[in-house]
Design a protein around this ligand. Structure first.
Ligand SMILES: Cc1cc2nc3c(=O)[nH]c(=O)nc-3n(C[C@H](O)[C@H](O)[C@H](O)COP(=O)(O)OP(=O)(O)OC[C@H]3O[C@@H](n4cnc5c(N)ncnc54)[C@H](O)[C@@H]3O)c2cc1C
Length: 560
């Protein structure tokens, strides 16, 4: 080897190759400022006043150190400890510090409280927008944030319990210590309905409630039985269903008794979940745990359904957020990577896929934010109807669209999208959870039928909202007319419930996009979702769709 080749050889040993054609990490960007659909949605739905605050939160949730918290919380699973080293039963789940930091962020941001503490017009919309950004960092820990938020309407059904607990529930601090609630200023709330023999059908619950003294609302009972799924078991109290003398009733079960001793709700083990890893979910046994009745005896489902309605709404936000983050990752990657001589985002077939993903994501957001407005306007009967019916429609449709969307976004990134140091595997594994808990797909569709049956005005309110876009697009008009006439046939509605609910979701999403600012999206939706029945794989938008404009609108950008 001569001197020159030896020199080159040594240089190669130091550096074998140059790394190029790889995108920069999508971090240190503003999740609000780079999301035009979100900005327009908050204007449209009555929360323009929150713009500045959302911009600040968008910067926080895009920071690399905050994004890293999400990775840490998932890389370090919660651990369950039954006893301390002296043999005392402690039932303690220990989380990585990143989990506690995420919880602190969420509670300080008021994700669990603002529409209750400051119920002005747009309050639910602003909170949903914040939650949407927060959940893009890490979705699993949002479970206890949601449950704490959602417990409020149910708890208010028992005023003396509400008076005692609400100040601590609504407090914007986080106290993750395993100590009695009496030693805390701020608490979190969970929910325990599901038992081994029945989850969707909670009437099958076998857990029994025995009165300690007097019976009835607000009175203490001892609960004996089990719960098969209890997420976030470090919450300070839980809304629980159990059979009292006069039927299934709702109870508030704190983890500690008033005397400061442990309430015997014993955690048996943690669930070994495929996703939602940062959030612990547990199996428990109730060994005479003291709990106070909330609402009327025998009306447990009616009481806890107020909480369930809220958690279902948060599933819509969470899944919309998952789709947005997946879309942002796919668009960012493809805008910064070339193949066969051009950027991926400029290759016609990839443009079709990316635009289709962005369309799905924006339609999900539009529906979610419209439901947030309905929740802000509960004084109005038609808005109440809309919230009742369309939360079931949206929870079903948006959550069910998310797994496939996540998978397709992952594929846009190629092999690196499958790797654990990319957020995509986490988004993918998280995606089915929202579809299954809080009422699985079929149960949501049956709930749509139930709402129509029990509250006849709901379908009229639905079509009144959808028809606000009547006359704006022929494809939309045809789609809605067909749906409306198919409701005249009431034969076999259960069997057809998915088909009807799918189409209801598309009809209202189409209506919302047609009435929104960006007509490129509306055109794409009518062409790609409403014109003909089938929606094949993502990447089937017809030629008239301006995919480049959709990509340009939806692609996250770094700010100077
Ligand atoms: C990660 C995770 C965390 C959870 N955390 C909690 C928690 O904190 N608290 C809690 O109470 N629960 C929790 N759950 C439980 C969850 O809410 C239930 O799993 C869910 O409600 C479904 O109940 P199940 O598992 O008993 O299924 P089943 O009720 O047996 O349902 C199985 C399937 O049958 C379908 N089905 C049911 N009835 C009908 C019907 N009449 N017609 C057609 N199809 C039907 C359902 O849609 C579902 O697809 C959690 C679940 C998961 C996955």
């Amino acid at each position: 080897m001569n001197a020159k080749t030896e020199q080159q050889h040594n240089a190669f040993l130091d550096q074998t190759h140059e790394v190029f054609n790889q995108p920069p990490a999508l971090e240190n960007y503003n999740l609000f400022h780079q999301d035009r659909a979100l900005q327009e949605a908050i204007q449209r739905e009555g929360a323009a006043w929150a713009q500045e605050e959302l911009g600040v939160y968008g910067a926080i949730t895009g920071r690399s150190d905050v994004i890293e918290l999400g990775f840490q919380a998932n890389a370090n699973k919660p651990e369950f400890h039954t006893h301390d080293r002296f043999g005392h039963r402690i039932d303690e789940v220990r989380y990585h510090p990143s989990y506690h930091q995420l919880m602190t962020m969420g509670l300080e941001a008021g994700l669990h409280s603002t529409p209750w503490t400051d119920p002005k017009p747009g309050a639910h919309v602003a909170r949903a927008a914040k939650y949407y950004m927060h959940s893009q960092v890490e979705a699993a820990h949002c479970c206890p944030l949601t449950m704490t938020f959602a417990a409020v309407p149910s708890l208010r059904k028992q005023p003396e319990l509400a008076e005692k607990w609400l100040p601590k529930i609504l407090n914007r601090h986080y106290d993750g210590r395993n100590v009695p609630d009496s030693e805390k200023q701020a608490v979190t709330i969970g929910m325990a309905m599901t038992e081994k023999q029945g989850g969707s059908d909670v009437r099958a619950n076998t857990t029994k409630a025995y009165p300690v003294g007097e019976e009835g609302p607000g009175q203490p009972y001892e609960l004996v039985g089990h719960k098969w799924f209890v997420s976030a078991p470090m919450c300070d109290a839980f809304l629980v269903l159990a059979q009292a003398g006069n039927g299934l009733s709702c109870f508030l079960l704190p983890r500690w008794r008033p005397d400061g001793s442990k309430n015997p709700m014993q955690v048996q083990r943690l669930k070994n979940k495929m996703g939602n890893v940062a959030n612990a979910s547990s199996e428990t046994e109730l060994r005479g745990a003291v709990a106070w009745m909330v609402g009327e005896e025998g009306r447990g489902v009616a009481t806890i359904i107020e909480m369930v309605a809220m958690t279902r709404f948060d599933c819509m936000i969470g899944s919309s957020a998952g789709m947005r983050q997946a879309t942002a990752q796919a668009l960012h990657h493809c805008s910064n990577r070339k193949a066969f001589g051009a950027k991926l985002s400029e290759q016609p077939l990839m443009q079709n896929v990316l635009a289709d993903l962005a369309l799905e994501s924006e339609a999900a957001l539009a529906l979610t934010m419209r439901m947030a407005r309905a929740m802000d306007n509960q004084d109005d009967a038609s808005e109440r109807n809309l919230a009742r019916l369309v939360t079931a429609v949206g929870k079903y449709w948006i959550c069910k669209r998310t797994p496939f969307h996540a998978y397709e976004a992952m594929e846009c990134i190629g092999g690196s999208g499958v790797m654990e140091d990319c957020i995509m595997p986490r988004l993918y594994r998280e995606a089915p959870v929202n579809a299954i808990w809080e009422g699985s797909g079929n149960v949501q569709c049956l709930d749509v039928l139930r709402a129509m049956h029990k509250e006849p005005g709901v379908l009229d309110s639905f079509f009144a909202e959808v028809n606000l876009a009547r006359g704006m697009d022929e494809r939309f008009d045809r789609f809605v007319a067909q749906l409306q006439s198919d409701f005249d046939n009431t034969d076999n509605l259960q069997y057809r419930a998915r088909n009807m609910t799918d189409r209801m979701a598309l009809a209202i999403q189409g209506s919302l996009l047609l009435r929104a600012e960006d007509q490129t999206m509306a055109e794409a939706f009518c062409a790609g979702r409403l014109d003909g029945n089938a929606h094949f794989n993502f990447g089937n938008l017809p030629e008239e769709v301006d995919c480049a404009a959709i990509i340009e609108r939806s692609c996250p950008v770094f700010e100077d």
